[in-house]
Design a protein around this ligand. Structure first.
Ligand code: BG6
Length: 475
């Protein structure tokens, strides 16, 4: 197999990280509108209400809300075949439980999609990328409450209908898998996914299991709804997966590594195999965790199966082992791999991991896979000639695309798209920084939100353009 002629080259962005305009045109407050910028290495601070004098990066983003036409034109200049965007729930239903949707919010996304279609860029639309109306957290307790599933489905229905015939590829959720009741979590990860701080949860294990279950169920129900509204809809849920390797061939360590990689797959199993996995229900039962599974739920799992899989890939890690004194990986708490380098933010750079992940996932489910995010967060400097020579980014992406090529050509994995995170600099989700840059397009803005917001092409802009033009032949 080769990269098909219709291979979807492009990029991926999320509303709360780029749009800004947090209180314009009837938008309500979303969970990320209450999170500040984190200093280097330190997590972002989460507020329970807006406070004077605090800088909240989602309030201004990179002003994509007003500049999307100019930005999409630049994506089209690179030859993009696809752009993954997210819809901010709080633009459509400002409080989440409103009776009627906010028409100005819908209009914005209709215009945005029309602009993409004007350039033959396939829109890939995520319905939940860390963007929940804060009211649903405060009033209902977020995903712990089944009522929130109903409100989510109402929002999905509104968008399926508003964009019917224009959008074919949908993503129900971004990276719900980072909530695991059996491991310690950080506040920022439970917060970006569910608007709740880990440290403040009572009965942590039970609460996280309930959230994980309810979100999985909500995804299956949204898939069914998406199919009912338009049989052409292709439904997906995106997972952020970190392969976990054993430190050596001691069977104990190999087993640990398998278990730790696999712990992120139970929700994919539920969304692909027609039932919530029995092994997970049993695991919960022995840990004293109970799930309230109704007959209606059983039916929802049966019919709400995914059409394709979206994988976000940044890094791998090493499983913790008996007597380990290695440095912890910055991402999800495994250990760092002595064979591999890391980014400035401590994320392990492992191109072979993407081939491993593609094979692991494709062989397990047999569904087509899209790489929905992959990229390097780095500090970029403008030189005296006004250029940004981001060779490190080109090198990172080159290495990863080569491994995807091997997965497709040698291993026969059906991978039908590659979206970089993010084609334009935007606010980092975990740190809130602008200086953690991923783009082919530089945005003139610093961590304090100062700057002209002018867009500038980096060296990688033309490089990616030629990768796309050659359909992955010239990497
Ligand atoms: C992914 C998220 O997990 O990682 C994105 O889907 C996020 O929203 C990306 O931006 C990179 O993480 P960060 O913290 O560097 O922005």
């Amino acid at each position: 197999m080769n990269f098909s002629d219709s291979f979807l080259w492009g990029g991926s962005i999320a509303a709360h990280q780029c749009e800004g305009a947090y209180d314009e045109d009837g938008k309500g407050l979303g969970i990320m509108d209450l999170v500040s910028v984190g200093d280097y290495g330190k997590p972002r601070k989460i507020y329970s209400q807006l406070e004077e004098g605090v800088l909240y990066p989602s309030h201004y983003g990179i002003d994509f809300y007003h500049r999307y036409k100019q930005d999409i034109k630049m994506f089209s200049e690179m030859g993009f075949k696809a752009l993954r965007i997210s819809i901010d729930w709080s633009r459509i239903y400002p409080n989440g439980d409103d009776e009627k949707p906010n028409l100005l919010g819908i209009k914005f996304y209709q215009n945005l999609i029309n602009e993409l279609l004007k350039y033959q860029i396939e829109p890939i639309v995520t319905l939940y990328h860390f963007e929940m109306p804060i009211n649903l957290v405060k009033k209902y307790g977020s995903w712990t409450n089944r009522k929130v599933i109903d409100y989510y489905l109402k929002f999905c229905k509104t968008m399926f209908e508003a964009l019917k015939g224009k959008v074919k590829y949908w993503v129900t959720f971004n990276e719900m898998n980072h909530i695991d009741p059996q491991t310690e979590a950080t506040d920022i990860f439970t917060y970006i996914i569910a608007g709740l701080k880990y440290s403040e949860l009572t009965d942590k294990k039970q609460t996280l299991a309930t959230i994980g279950y309810n979100m999985t169920l909500a995804s299956c129900m949204a898939v069914k709804l998406g199919h009912e509204i338009d049989a052409n809809n292709q439904m997906d849920c995106v997972f952020g997966i970190e392969p976990v390797y054993p430190i050596n061939c001691d069977p104990e360590n190999v087993l640990k590594a398998f278990m730790q990689t696999d712990r992120d797959f139970y929700q994919i199993d539920a969304m692909c195999n027609g039932e919530f996995p029995k092994y997970k229900i049993e695991e919960y039962r022995s840990a004293g965790i109970s799930l309230n599974i109704t007959d209606k739920d059983l039916e929802a799992f049966k019919v709400g199966r995914l059409d394709y899989l979206g994988m976000n890939y940044y890094a791998s890690s090493v499983a913790k082992y008996e007597g380990a004194d290695g440095k912890e990986s910055a991402l999800f708490g495994g250990l760092q791999n002595p064979y591999l380098k890391t980014s400035k933010w401590g994320w392990t750079i492992d191109p072979i991991g993407i081939r491993y992940l593609l094979n692991y996932t494709y062989r397990r489910y047999g569904l087509p896979i899209m790489i929905t995010e992959n990229g390097l967060g780095a500090v970029d400097k403008i030189n005296e000639n006004g250029e940004i020579k981001d060779d490190y980014r080109i090198e990172y992406l080159q290495q990863h695309i080569r491994e995807i090529k091997k997965a497709v050509e040698i291993d026969n994995v059906n991978c039908f798209g590659y979206l970089t995170w993010a084609p334009i600099d935007l606010v980092s989700a975990t740190t809130g920084q602008m200086s953690k840059r991923y783009g082919f397009i530089y945005v003139d803005m610093d961590d304090q939100g100062n700057g002209s917001k002018k867009r500038l092409k980096k060296k990688s802009f033309n490089w990616y353009k030629s990768v796309i033009a050659s359909n992955g032949e010239k990497i």
